[in-house]
Design a protein around this ligand. Sequence first.
Ligand SMILES: [Zn+2]
Length: 226
Amino acid sequence: MIIHIPHSSTKIPDYEDKMKESEITKKMIEKYTDFNTSDLFFYEGADIIEYPYSRVFCDVEKLEENEPQEKYGLGILYKNVEHLRKFPQKALETYKEHHKKLLASASMQTAYFDKVIIIDAHSFSEEQAKEQGFINVPDICIGTDDIYTPKDIIELVKNHFESNGYSVGINTPYSGTIVPLELYGHKDIISIMIELNKKTYMSSEEDYIKLKNIIYNLLKELIEKE
Ligand SMILES: [Zn+2]
């Protein structure tokens, strides 16, 4: 199992001092960070691939070509902060490095296991989803891929959250899940995105611990199935 955590960090590297100190950056970090996902998604024995910097510095979940969010200024490098950046090349190097790590981990695991499951771990804000026009925003959003997300895995994840009292949306408000491009066509790769509505864990400590346990049990179930 691989747990992919692209958006949990709030860090901007020191060499981007102007970007780091800017109020624009701070506001964007506040708005866009998937807070605590690196803590909420944990399972010993899983390989955790976490991007060490903020998505405001570089968004490793965006595509190099034909990125649909590019038109909103949210490509690999967000437009709003570009005027503050000194070394765009360095950011792009961290992007490449991250994907190399993910690919290396997935390739290695395919050699050892029959199936390799990638959990693409995120969270989202209900307000932002509503701003984008979604009305019934679920507690948990599952993102799937037509080829790499088997129906039984979708059902398992959906039932797991629903039986614990959470509402679940499939590919709504957000869709898709990460698969390393180089492994396209590999039949042993499974990938599923799990996005947590921030209200399910950011309002109280009880909620947080409850959800963390539920995720842990889910990952355990999935790894045993693998
Ligand atoms: Zn995210």
